[in-house]
Design a protein around this ligand. Structure first.
Ligand code: SF4
Length: 112
């Protein structure tokens, strides 16, 4: 999940951890959440707890609040991520949230 500078500051203050512990930089310079490995080798979000819940839910990254709506880099538009088993249910919200998702992505990438 992409992280804005505001996400990183808010989460770092909340969990009292250095951002390097829960975030990393991608090749294109964006900051994203780190994954952690479970005992069975499965990679999951750094903040997913053992009960399968988000441990920072109230202050989760902005991009998580939109999910499964995401910006598709190839199609250049907002889609519902078919990695989510319920993604079809969210197709109806694409138009409603497109502007908000675009604003968020635009600020991070500087262009769409
Ligand atoms: S909602 Fe929480 S557990 Fe899920 S990706 Fe976002 S930060 Fe991680």
């Amino acid at each position: 999940m992409i992280l804005s500078p505001e996400d990183i500051k808010r989460i770092s203050d909340l969990v009292k951890k250095d951002p390097a512990q829960f975030s990393m930089k991608t090749e294109d310079g964006l900051k994203v959440l780190r994954n952690k490995e479970r005992n069975n080798g499965e990679l999951v979000c750094f903040f997913l707890n053992n009960e399968g819940l988000c441990s920072i839910y109230d202050l989760r990254p902005k991009g998580c609040t939109f999910y499964p709506l995401i910006w598709d880099m190839k199609q250049h538009k907002v889609i519902s991520d078919d990695y989510c088993p319920y993604y079809k249910m969210f197709n109806q919200f694409i138009n409603k949230f497109t502007h908000e998702v675009e604003d968020f992505v635009f600020r991070l990438y500087g262009e769409i």
